[in-house]
Design a protein around this ligand. Structure first.
Ligand code: ZN
Length: 293
């Protein structure tokens, strides 16, 4: 898998300019992406950009620059705001609704907007002393007005792992209790305090599927702002295939799949369902499948 270059220019050099958000909101060339309750407006697979004076009450931040150099702001609108006119062909959609329907810059813009909007709305008070905070760095940090500490939008790492047999011919997937037993996917779990990503992978796989890993290789990652995860994707080789068993709690069944079975499932022809096109889980499964397909 090749490394994906960033497609969104975050214009980080503008964040230190005093009152930059005031200046940019007064600039008629600025455009704004409005996020409300984790949703954005979309027309024809592109996020709707509006002029700053079309936005009502909101918390503001700098998102970056569009392909043509236009500066993009984020307006995190409170749920009760209804001041925005919605054209009939515009719909408010969340990341889950949009999976696979937008890509590249729009996808990066969407995920950044939803993640930052979530932090702007949920983290108004200092986690150290509970004091009020003021936004800094064009919406990318907060300073506590009581104790003076600085706080930044957090990202919580989680690992997701595609586990293959020693000969590389079969893939071990699990059916999560939440998926009703028809869908199988890679194993995943959050990194705990003080844990490395490798240790997380080793521990989570053994807990959920009963197998120990003999090799682990980083593939790619995917931000997932619900509320603030970064999914770090690995491929791994199992040590002893015969120990595979579901933990019976989070994972209700584990199964080894042949390449032919995965090919059929990727095509939507059974025997089981696989994760959707926008997911890193599917990307990892594809990465394995295409090794020898
Ligand atoms: Zn404080």
């Amino acid at each position: 898998m090749t490394i994906q270059r960033p497609s969104l220019d975050r214009a980080a050099e503008l964040r230190e300019e005093p009152d930059v958000l005031v200046r940019l909101r007064d600039d008629p060339t600025t455009r704004v992406v409005v996020v409300r309750e984790g949703r954005v407006r979309v027309v024809d697979s592109a996020l709707v950009r509006v002029a700053p004076d079309a936005v009502g009450a909101a918390t503001w931040a700098l998102l970056g620059r569009d392909a043509d150099g236009t500066v993009l702001l984020l307006a995190a609108a409170p749920p009760e705001t209804d001041a925005l006119d919605t054209a009939p062909d515009e719909i408010w959609l969340g990341l889950r609704d949009l999976g696979g329907r937008i890509d590249g810059r729009e996808s990066e813009l969407l995920i950044s907007a939803i993640a930052l909007a979530g932090w702007l709305q949920d983290a108004a008070f200092c986690p150290t002393c509970g004091g009020e905070t003021e936004l800094r760095q064009a919406g990318w940090s907060r300073r506590c007005l009581v104790c003076g500490r600085q706080h930044f939008p957090r990202t919580d790492p989680a690992v997701i792992v595609a586990v293959e047999s020693r000969d590389g011919e079969r893939l071990l997937l699990g059916a999560n209790a939440n998926w009703g037993g028809r869908m199988f996917s890679c194993f995943a779990g959050f990194t705990e305090a003080g844990e490395s990503l490798e240790s997380t992978a080793y521990r989570e796989i053994e807990e959920e599927s009963g197998v120990r890993l003999s090799a682990l290789r980083y593939v790619s990652s995917q931000p997932w702002p619900f509320p603030r995860s970064l999914m770090v994707g690995f491929r791994a080789v199992v040590d002893d295939e015969s120990t595979a068993r579901a933990d019976g709690e989070e994972i209700i069944e584990v199964r080894w799949f042949t390449r032919a079975e995965i090919g059929s499932a990727l095509a939507g022809d059974g025997p089981v369902g696989l994760p959707g096109p926008a997911s890193i889980a599917r990307a990892l499964i594809l990465d394995w499948y295409e090794d020898k397909a």
